[in-house]
Design a protein around this ligand. Structure first.
Ligand code: OAD
Length: 229
């Protein structure tokens, strides 16, 4: 069975990474326009670089949880019939052992050179304007997709969504497109759709099945069911 799992901030919440839209969320204290748009970066690059430097450091100090590990276990069993599409910029899926994985909103552990387009792996701060390893210019920004920018790997994702038999959404509010539209696309092409979330989201198209609960509980339980089926 081909399965696509779309994940959002909720899967990393129990690892200690704050979500965006829950109270105490990541945007609190920051205007989204200031730290997650190209215009905000143009206006005040230092604030934006510091914001993502802090997030990169915070992400390095947390560890994958049982939900990330369960998805890696599922990949171990069915291989590339599983594609995890994450909106998250942390690296908890890969640290749990996932390889069949797309970071559609970019990665904290990469930089993007606005001069040459290189996307080098990057673990250090960007605030000091380090040189791009490819072209030498000091024009590295976080490789995070901001509002108004094009997410990564959309062709690959859409192909997988259209071709899957089971589409599962984990820990995402369904507020940001195009990710929020994948459940409708999957359903239109005949997939069964399941939502695993703390609470039912306001999805534009209802899921066939909704299981409410914490990701560390509902995701491993669902994976066990798939593995014994
Ligand atoms: P949100 O913060 O919008 O939604 C998180 C979802 O996770 C909510 O529906 C919560 O109910 C749920 N949740 C919270 N804790 C949970 C837990 N322990 N177990 C299961 N579910 C839990 O985050 P996203 O949907 O990921 O984009 O946000 C989508 C995009 O909006 C992000 O990728 C980011 C942001 O703008 C960019 O930065 C481009």
């Amino acid at each position: 069975m081909r399965i696509v799992v779309l994940t959002g901030a909720g899967i990393s919440a129990e690892s200690g990474v704050p979500t965006f839209r829950d109270s105490g969320g990541l945007w609190e204290g920051h205007d989204v326009e200031d730290v997650a748009t190209p215009e905000g970066y143009e206006r005040d690059p230092d604030t934006v670089l510091r914001f993502y430097d802090a997030r990169r450091r915070a992400a390095a100090s947390v560890t994958p949880n049982a939900a990330h590990r369960a998805l890696a276990r599922l990949e171990g069993a069915i291989g590339e019939d599983l594609l995890v599409v994450t909106q998250n910029v942390d690296d908890l899926h890969e640290r749990a052992g996932s390889h069949s994985l797309v970071h559609m909103h970019g990665e904290l552990r990469r930089a993007l050179c606005t001069t040459c387009g290189a996307r080098p792996e990057w673990d250090a701060d960007l605030i000091d304007r380090p040189h791009c390893p490819a072209c030498g210019e000091r024009t590295l920004r976080p490789d995070v997709v901001w509002f108004g920018e094009m997410p990564y790997d959309l062709d690959r994702i859409e192909q997988a969504v259209v071709g899957c038999e089971l589409f599962v959404s984990v820990g995402t509010s369904g507020a940001v497109y195009p990710a929020a539209g994948y459940v409708a696309l999957a359903a239109a092409f005949g997939a069964r759709t399941v939502e695993l979330n703390l609470e039912p989201s306001d999805a534009a198209v209802p899921f066939d099945e909704v299981r409410a609960g914490r990701a560390t509980e509902v995701v491993p339980a669902w994976v066990e069911e798939v593995l014994v089926a």
